[in-house]
Design a protein around this ligand. Structure first.
Ligand code: SAM
Length: 226
């Protein structure tokens, strides 16, 4: 059974579906999507041998090898230009997602939608998106097995979208919605920042800039959750 997180992410793929799932591991997402949409095709990209083998095995078990190609390689190097119209990258840190997008950006022509699920540092992903003409059109925050996940859906557009610093941090849609899960996440994030500041105060050389940034974020969080 597919995780709620990946099921939710799959909902944002748009017909006609020709997508690449980068860091696909077992290729559960491409298999789920291609078994539900008879005309969908996918490329499952994996950089590591173990997951690459697992992905091939799952695709074989589902009998979907005619519509899902498993390719081994780093990030977007597994796709050719204009080969896919959408890309999913899930279950990695925001910094790694940004690196994959940045290093592979020449492959993004023709990619109208990016659906990303950073495990942390979502603001880094949002910043990369708006700097590269991808407008955030939807966001989700969900909880599963005690973890909180954010999904960011973005569409390519000609003009550069703008977001405030607060929208980058919290997510423009998540900030408007302020769901229970969102509030829980940011209560926890506030505590994390307070602890960090207390640790920093013990340091011989106070990292003043970092502390100021954290203090500002705490103020923003308080405005949002209270
Ligand atoms: N996307 C799946 C999910 O959300 O359940 C799997 C997530 S798993 C935690 C991350 C996967 O990304 C691993 O299988 C890892 O081998 C792969 N990976 C990490 N860096 C990668 C890169 N630069 N290019 C392709 N795959 C990568």
């Amino acid at each position: 059974m597919l995780s709620k997180r990946l099921e939710q992410l799959a909902e944002y793929l748009q017909d006609p579906i020709h997508f690449a799932d980068i860091g696909s591991d077992h290729a559960y997402l491409p298999c789920y999507v291609c078994s539900r949409h008879e005309h969908a095709t996918a490329i499952a990209g994996e950089v590591n041998q173990g997951p690459f083998e697992r992905a091939k095995q799952t695709v074989g078990e589902y009998g979907l090898a005619d519509r899902i190609e498993v390719r081994k390689g780093n990030g977007l190097e597994v796709i050719k230009e204009k080969e896919v119209n959408q890309i999913t990258i899930a279950g990695m840190g925001g910094k790694l997602i940004r690196t994959i997008l940045e290093e592979g950006k020449v492959k993004l022509s023709g990619v109208s939608r990016l659906i990303l699920q950073p495990n942390l540092d979502a603001q880094i992903v949002r910043k990369w998106l708006i700097d590269h003409h991808y407008q955030i059109v939807a966001e989700e925050i969900i909880t599963e097995d005690g973890y909180i996940y954010e999904i960011i859906v973005s569409n390519y557009q000609n003009k550069s979208p703008e977001l405030s610093e607060q929208e980058l941090l919290f997510g423009p849609y998540l900030l408007q919605e302020k769901s229970e899960v969102f509030l829980k996440k940011w209560c926890h994030e506030k505590e994390k920042r307070i602890k960090l500041i207390n640790q920093m105060k013990q340091a011989a050389n106070l990292p003043v800039e970092k502390m100021r940034k954290l203090e500002t974020e705490i103020e923003w969080i308080e405005e949002v959750i209270e």
